[in-house]
Design a protein around this ligand. Structure first.
Ligand SMILES: C[S@@+](CC[C@H](N)C(=O)[O-])C[C@H]1O[C@@H](n2cnc3c(N)ncnc32)[C@H](O)[C@@H]1O
Length: 213
């Protein structure tokens, strides 16, 4: 079943806007707006001046709410998802059209070095709910680390839904010479009307390449 959800940011007084997302509840995970993406999108709205003019790549974007908000506040955005999931990539193109936003859409499978990966030089990398399958964590960190090393002062901003209570990503950050520079409870960022519809243990982390290692 396909539905269209509307997501509001700010108000008319502060140049607020809304983003429309087509969701397909029957399809797999990439065609659904996960709570982590609502939190990451809100964070981008709150930090809009930081995003304006920056080069942003969203990994595992799915319904792409964070990347679309980044584009709306003036970032140059590349939305990416698994190269093998053409239905998700097609949906991302449709989402850009219905929101009248001009983002690049690219198949990018974590840990795979297809030529388009080498064209990316992001200042900001986004990932909402991309840490859910432990078997893919190393591949994801390989891609993130590669992209972080492309641009000085670049940062990976991710919202992490910890469903297991384990802390594997901290261990893997060490392994990939990454360090966390900010860690906050995702719900502390949300206005109450958004928080009341969501649940889960979701943290927002900013991660950089650790040049001291
Ligand atoms: C839980 S969904 C999150 C989607 C979206 N970011 C959100 O929060 O609503 C995970 C996303 O990661 C993508 N994904 C999973 N494995 C991937 C891989 N190996 N390479 C690239 N993308 C992958 C999926 O296609 C899906 O869109």
């Amino acid at each position: 079943m396909t539905t269209v959800s509307q997501h509001y940011f700010g108000s008319i007084e502060d140049d607020g806007f809304s983003i429309r997302i087509i969701e397909n509840m029957k399809e797999e995970y990439g065609l659904f707006v996960w709570p982590s993406s609502i939190i990451l999108a809100e964070y981008i709205w709150q930090q809009k001046s930081r995003f304006s003019g920056s080069n942003v790549v969203e990994l595992g974007a799915g319904t792409s709410l964070p990347g679309l908000v980044a584009a709306k506040v003036g970032a140059h955005v590349t939305l990416t998802d698994d190269s093998n999931r053409s239905e998700v990539l097609d949906s991302m193109r449709k989402l850009c059209n219905i929101n009248d936003l001009n983002c690049r859409v690219l198949g990018l499978t974590w840990g795979v070095w297809d030529p388009p990966v080498f064209s990316l030089y992001p200042n900001i990398i986004l990932g909402a709910d991309v840490f859910y399958d432990t078997a893919a964590f190393d591949d994801l960190f390989a891609t993130v680390t590669y992209l972080l090393q492309r641009c000085p002062d670049s940062v990976f901003i991710t919202t992490y839904h910890n469903r297991s209570g384990h802390h594997l990503i901290e261990f893997l950050m060490e392994k990939w010479c990454l360090k966390c520079t900010k860690l906050v409870d995702g719900f502390s960022l949300l206005p109450s009307h958004k928080a009341s519809n969501l649940s889960g243990n979701i943290q927002l982390a900013e991660i950089v390449f650790d040049t001291s290692k």
